[in-house]
Design a protein around this ligand. Sequence first.
Ligand code: NAD
Length: 503
Amino acid sequence: MTTLTDNLTKLDGYLTRFRPHGIQNLIGGETRPAASGAVFDTASPVDESVICPVARGGAEDIDAAAKAAAAAFPAWRDMPAAKRKKILIRIADLIEARAEEIALCECWDTGQALRFMSKAALRGAENFRFFADKVASARDGQNLRSPTLMNVTTRVPIGPVGVITPWNTPFMLSTWKIAPALAAGCTIVHKPAEFSPLTARILAEIAQEAGLPDGVWNLVNGLGEDAGRALTEHPAIKAIAFVGESRTGSMIMKQGADTLKRVHFELGGKNPVVVFDDADLDRALDAAIFMIYSLNGERCTSSSRLLVQETIADHFEAKLIERVNRIKVGHPLDPETEVGPLIHKVHFDKVTSYFDTAKQDGATLAAGGCREGDQGWFVRPTLFTGATTRMRVAQEEIFGPVLTAIRFSTEAEALRIANDTQYGLTAYVWTNDLTRALRFTDALEAGMIWVNSENVRHLPTPFGGVKASGIGRDGGDWSFDFYMEQKHIGFALGQHKIPRLGA
Ligand code: NAD
């Protein structure tokens, strides 16, 4: 197994190439600085050191990128499926070949622990392979025959699309959004999160090296309020695939209104894990801990609310506290580390502000609740017990390693609390009563629910949330519902009667 020192040495080698010019944009196949020449710095959350400058793109860069995507669209749309598929598979191969570089850069840029990020590149490659296999069927439709007409449907790609991604697991999420767009025949302009630009640049380079024609994949770095906003307002961009906060989704919907943008939103969550007293409590404990503290709790599908039945609550919480106190917080490149630093000071301030908020509202601090070390944005995994559903720690998305435990007595009460949130992304239910599991999941307000399991992704299944957690679904064929237009064509079967006016 490699050590922290080995990983730091390798990282240094990988970062050298970013040092002279920093991270630039990729527009129409050309690597360029921002038109204005402006840059911003990206820093590591481990020690706050600057990694490199990044092009600060604005409206002018977005305009150039959108025009390049529009110019490249007809040829990419019309490229034979087999050829398009080959390029996507080549992208997957190249991602795998650079898996170590991607993992180390991702950890340094975001603070995510290597034990989880070492698989991020492989998952990204898997996204490309999965959608490469769907290229050939993307245009398939139905035959809906009527007495007088042969009605057929087909799907066509919507056009150039904007992809806006957040800083949590940015590599995996970018591939998750971009692979289906390319498979559908769309061209893209990608605006990655300003806090984590490294692996988005590596990914765009990989696409270029894989033989993707110039202009099919454009990358513009910049801030949400300028580059992001300009992308959502650009008339050549037909749709926006967005992953981020619910509040930003709402802004994007307004910004895109004048150009009638189609939007796909994967937004925030405040997901419940509901543990009934008849469950396999050891497995429930493992899953609850994993789903809130892995990925530093910076995970949209995290189980940030623990709903535990009163009959077992003392015992369950005691075991939970013991485990939470033992979670290893440390350098993200140390293979032993389970929780790394939070992404940025801004986010650190937000997460740690809930330590006081929870106490003011009357919850009990049962573990953590403090910073770790005095450099970097490390916090101790935190648990609040004795919470009630209306408290801010039970309602607001904290997006850090902070779990809020709420007790319930009956199934009806558990359901009421589980649904008592503006969000509806995922839910996790632990019970060995099959009928209850059926009844309960049927009434839960969430886009994705797992019973007796943590979140285990299966690419053919629909991914997305209800309520303030999102609009639309990704995964399987659902991705094509967003990136493609349905077209209906009716062919007359014979001489059916046509109404004659003025005859
Ligand atoms: P964010 O909304 O602050 O930023 C996301 C992206 O939007 C960034 O690239 C940002 O630059 C851009 N942006 C900001 N303002 C914009 C504007 N006015 N117009 C256009 N673009 C703009 O989110 P974040 O803090 O980077 O990410 C964390 C959030 O993402 C959490 O709420 C989390 O739950 C959510 N998330 C959801 C899913 C999901 O699948 N549902 C997955 C991952 C993350």
